[in-house]
Design a binder for this molecule. Structure first.
Ligand SMILES: O=C(O)C(=O)C[C@]1(C(=O)O)C=C[C@@H](O)C=C1
Length: 105
């Protein structure tokens, strides 16, 4: 085997090792998101039953501030963290609205 081939093989096995870790992290993210949505579904039912609005902008502002700080200390782009949270919350609010509509609110 020539040096170029050996270098390529080493790079390929490093890539596969890194991808195994990425796959594990992606799986953890899916489980964490599923768990989060289970709790937000309960919040949605609670809100619908008690005539509370689906969205709570003040709570969201606190979450954004907290997550931006966490992102910064974790060396993750705070803008990305904020966009990611907004994406999730948009979906949660959609679920809350669907629950409220199904309860005729
Ligand atoms: O905490 C709430 O009141 C929720 O409904 C949950 C949640 C969230 O997903 O974190 C979603 C919508 C609200 O605007 C704020 C937060």
């Amino acid at each position: 085997m020539n040096t170029t081939q050996a270098t390529q093989d080493a790079a390929q096995s490093k890539l596969e090792e890194l991808r195994r870790s990425i796959d594990n992290i992606d799986a953890a993210l899916i489980y964490m998101l599923a768990e989060r949505f289970r709790h937000t579904q309960a919040v949605g039912k609670l809100k619908a039953t008690n005539h509370m609005p689906p969205a709570d902008p003040a709570r969201e502002a606190r979450q954004v501030a907290r997550l931006r700080q966490l992102a910064q200390s974790a060396q993750l782009d705070p803008d990305f963290a904020e966009k990611f949270l907004a994406f999730i919350i948009r979906e949660v609010i959609r679920h809350h609205e669907a629950i409220a509509a199904s309860e005729g609110r």
